[in-house]
Ligand binder design. Structure first.
Ligand SMILES: [Zn+2]
Length: 66
């Protein structure tokens, strides 16, 4: 038997996904879409912030950049 010193806890990697929400306006600047966060395919949280306000980058206005 091999006594492996490396810790293999096989931590589950959470599959986070960002999806655009066109029905909620950004709380900060009023733009749509805002960012919905899905983890493992389930809605985790609504940021109620647009991509720009979430990530602070102008390019993030486009959901394709998320
Ligand atoms: Zn915003």
């Amino acid at each position: 038997m091999v006594n492996d010193m490396t810790t293999d806890t096989s931590a589950e990697v959470q599959q986070a996904e960002f999806r655009p929400n066109y029905r909620i306006k950004c709380q900060n600047c009023g733009q749509v879409p805002t960012v919905d966060v899905y983890v493992n395919g389930k809605l985790e949280t609504r940021t109620e912030l647009c991509g720009v306000c979430t990530w602070g980058e102008a390019a993030c206005i486009d959901p394709e950049e998320w």
